[in-house]
Design a binder for this molecule. Structure first.
Ligand SMILES: NC(=O)c1ccc[n+]([C@@H]2O[C@H](COP(=O)([O-])OP(=O)(O)OC[C@H]3O[C@@H](n4cnc5c(N)ncnc54)[C@H](O)[C@@H]3O)[C@@H](O)[C@H]2O)c1
Ligand SMILES: [Zn+2]
Length: 353
């Protein structure tokens, strides 16, 4: 097992390893000794696979457990699901000394995290990521959110979990496409800060050293989040591929998954950066080869106009400026503010070869 400490406003540990699900009750007792009730929040797929097991282990430690499950998928990350979760927590008598457990992928983690941040003005919560994407990215760092009709993640809070417990055994049931969505975020870490990680991925480390790769990504995210918990500077680097990625997701009415959209977003922004002379062409080739190796898309067929209007709704826009994250090498990216009027040409350059 690997343990990684995160020193943000709230300190917590991320535990990564096999067979950890059955130890969740003991861990919660240790870090939240006053908790009596636990609300497990999950989606319909994960409930079927791991819900019973988790409830059983928590009951075995003496907790009184309730479970809230919603239809799997990004389409559930809405105000409606969020409000029905809050009503459920209130009806279940969850108090401020109790805890929520987010059991699932990034959708469950984001939604449960935002409920934890706002229910009774904040109750402790534990992230139990069951997708690669949630393990390497969304379960760590405290960003929680729901989508609004106007765009992705437009309502949310920075709210750190009390513990992250990543049981790698749960990945064994992931459909191949969902696993490869996570690979897109792993590649993102390599692109923004570690050529060595990109080399290891190329050589198959995700298969032979899954724990090491997850731990490396979590440690990279930890280092960035500790420097900039509230995303006023360096944390923006983690948005590589996301401004256009979120726009692609929105344009597809969320039929394109987050990981695939981020893969396309990284390709688009890298191609534009090459054309602007900010990035050597080999970087685009290297990125494209890696994405293909992990069955991820390298092009989008959205129209420039649709992407532009979706991208303008992104929360990373600040008045007349938007900060793009631009790869400048393999394992190196920079923040690059551009005027909103320049965005159309960035999108066009990225979409067309
Ligand atoms: N908060 C953050 O910092 C952050 C970072 C990255 C992404 N995100 C968000 O994360 C979300 C994407 O997360 P995701 O890719 O995990 O999607 P997801 O939560 O929708 O999970 C993908 C699918 O896999 C299923 N699933 C989950 N675990 C499984 C398992 N162990 N076995 C079988 N099936 C399983 C789910 O039911 C779902 O159908 C997006 O909403 C994105 O915005 C947030
Ligand atoms: Zn992401």
């Amino acid at each position: 097992m690997t343990t990684i400490e995160v020193n943000t406003g709230r300190r917590y540990v991320v535990e990564i390893g096999n067979g950890l699900l059955s130890q969740l009750g003991q861990r919660i007792k240790r870090i939240l000794p006053k908790a009596q009730r636990i609300a497990v929040v999950t989606d319909t797929n994960v409930e079927k696979l791991y819900g019973g097991q988790l409830v059983h282990t928590l009951c075995g430690e003496g907790f009184s457990v309730v479970l809230f499950s919603f239809p799997a998928g990004e389409a559930s990350k809405t105000g409606e699901t969020y409000l029905s979760l809050l009503e459920f927590l209130a009806d279940s008598g969850i108090t401020r000394s109790d805890a929520l457990v987010a059991l699932g992928g990034g959708v469950v983690g984001d939604l449960c995290g935002f409920a934890a941040a706002s229910y009774l003005r904040g109750v402790p919560f534990v992230q139990v990521p069951t997708t690669l994407l949630a393990a390497v990215d969304s379960s760590v760092g405290g960003k929680t959110a729901i989508d609004l009709r106007a765009g992705k993640n437009l309502a949310g809070a920075f709210y750190q979990p009390s513990l992250v417990l990543c049981d790698l055994d749960t990945f064994s049931t992931l459909p191949q496409e969902v696993f490869s969505d996570g690979c897109a975020e792993v590649i993102k870490y390599g692109m923004l800060g570690s050529q060595e990680l990109l080399d290891r991925l190329r050589m198959g480390a995700l298969t032979c050293d899954l724990e090491g790769i997850v731990a490396q990504c979590v440690a990279m995210k930890r280092d960035i989040v500790e420097r900039d918990e509230f995303e006023t500077g360096d944390r923006q680097l983690l948005n590589l591929g996301h401004t256009l990625g979120h726009a692609i997701e929105k344009c597809s009415a969320y039929t394109v998954s987050h990981g695939r959209a981020v893969a396309m977003g990284m390709m688009l922004i890298t191609r534009s950066a090459v054309k602007m002379g900010l990035c050597p062409p080999q970087v685009l080739d290297g990125l494209s080869a890696l994405l293909t190796q992990f069955s991820l898309p390298t092009a989008s067929n959205e129209s420039p106009g649709a992407l532009l209007s979706a991208a303008l709704g992104d929360k990373k826009r600040e008045g007349g400026q938007i900060t793009l994250i631009i790869p400048t090498g393999l394992g190196q990216s920079i923040r690059y503010p551009v005027a909103v009027e320049e965005l159309p040409s960035w999108i066009e350059m990225g979409l067309f070869e």
